[in-house]
Structures are given as structure tokens and as C-alpha cells.
Design a protein around this ligand. Structure first.
Ligand SMILES: [Mg+2]
Length: 229
């Protein structure tokens, strides 16, 4: 029998592009709460969890960065994200995603989940708007932990629960688009399929120790990785 397989899909740059809706919503939230739309402009958000993004931005503008301060910005962000996603003409499902999900779903003994820096609510807004949320039964989310490795660990535990198997008996495959996805996968002993459909190109992703690096999920190499071959 094959090892049970737990898939943890990243969202932004891996499953979908929101066409900048997430970034715009975060800018709006900081403007509402702190009068600074530019709070996140000085660093790359790719692969960071939402709470880590907000904490870094709060520090960057010299504001208090305790948990209630993060919660306040996060609530404003989620409020605005719905508006932005409802009017995001450039938002799209990325190449090969539909087929990749079919391949994963066809694999015996598998559980398909999310491994994302978005909060659960943020994930539901983004994937709900794109008609993808029904594919994911569980996940590790940015509301579980600020650290991406811990987020993936939470997702992997939930996947093993769904399969009613010990996590040690399962293979975990992280599918993501940033070096941070790869490092977090490594931190939990998972395999990683890196896709260059986000802000990082093939050369940057090849410089990580991802198990597979592909231009997008239409690549047969990606489909083989998903089959667990
Ligand atoms: Mg991403």
C-alpha cells in the first residue's frame, strides 16, 4: 500500500493570483487604522503569514505591535478583502490548478488541504471568490501561528487526523511559490513542489532545496510529483 499523502497547497501565487487585491486590502487597512497606506511597501510579502506581515509593518511605522494591535489591522484587512475580491478584474486561478487538484484527488489515501499564511477567513474569501474553496477540507492557516513552519505543522496534523493515520506514517507534500514555502516545508520534514507562478522565478526557486521546481502546474513533472510517483 502507498503511504497516505497529505497535500498542503499555498494560495497566493500557487492556486490563484488575486490581481493585487490582498495587497490593496492591507494598504487600506493600515490607512484606516494608522493613516499609513504605505506601511507594507518596503518589504516582500510573499510567503509571509498575515500576522507576520502586520507585525513587521507595525514595527516599520513605529506603532505598537502587540496581539490586539495586530487583531485590529487584521479585522480591517478582512473586511476590505471581501470588497476587493468582489471587484478584482485581474484575479484568476493559475495555470494547471484544476488538473493538479484532479490528480491529487485521484490519488488513493490522500487528503487535500491548504498550507497558507492567510487566516482561515481570508482563505475562504479568496478561494470562495474563485470557486475553489470546496476542494479543501482542512488546512494550516495564518491564524494558527505567525511562523509558516508551525502553520504547515498544524495543517499536516489535521491532514493525518482526516486520514485517521499517524502523521509519521504519512507523506506530506507542500506546494508553494516562494522560498519561504520551501524552508517551512523543510522545517517539518515535508517534500516541496515549488511553482514559479508567483513573484519568484525559476532560478530563485532552483537555488532552494525544493524537491521539484516547475514553471507552473501544467508541467508533467508537477503532475508526477502530485501522484506521489
Ligand atoms: Mg504564495
Amino acid at each position: 500500500m502507498q503511504h497516505p499523502m497529505i497535500y498542503l497547497f499555498d494560495i497566493d501565487g500557487t492556486l490563484v493570483s488575486t490581481g493585487g487585491a490582498g495587497t490593496r486590502a492591507m494598504g487600506w487597512a493600515f490607512e484606516q487604522v494608522h493613516g499609513r497606506r504605505d506601511a507594507c511597501d518596503s518589504f516582500s510579502l510573499g510567503g509571509m503569514t498575515d500576522r507576520a506581515i502586520i507585525r513587521k509593518a507595525l514595527r516599520g511605522i513605529g506603532a505598537m505591535d502587540d496581539e490586539p494591535a495586530i487583531d485590529t489591522v487584521l479585522a480591517a484587512y478582512l473586511h476590505r478583502l471581501k470588497v476587493e475580491m468582489a471587484a478584482a478584474p485581474d484575479a484568476r486561478v493559475l495555470a494547471g490548478v484544476a488538473r493538479a487538484l484532479e490528480v491529487a484527488a485521484a490519488r488513493p489515501y490522500s487528503a487535500i488541504g491548504l498550507g497558507t499564511g492567510n487566516t482561515r477567513h481570508g482563505a475562504e474569501i479568496k478561494l470562495g471568490a474563485m470557486g475553489l474553496m470546496q476542494h479543501f477540507e482542512f488546512g494550516g492557516f495564518g491564524c494558527d501561528h505567525e511562523d509558516r513552519g508551525e502553520v504547515l505543522a498544524a495543517g499536516a496534523r489535521r491532514g493525518a487526523q482526516r486520514l485517521a493515520r499517524r502523521l509519521d506514517d504519512c507523506k506530506v507534500l507542500v506546494i508553494g511559490d516562494t522560498p519561504r514555502d520551501v524552508y517551512a516545508a523543510r522545517a517539518i520534514g515535508a517534500q516541496c513542489l515549488a511553482v514559479a507562478t508567483g513573484p519568484f522565478d525559476l532560478d530563485v526557486l532552483r537555488a532552494t532545496d525544493a524537491d521539484w521546481v516547475v514553471a507552473d502546474l501544467t508541467d508533467p513533472v508537477a503532475l508526477d510529483a502530485l501522484r506521489g510517483a
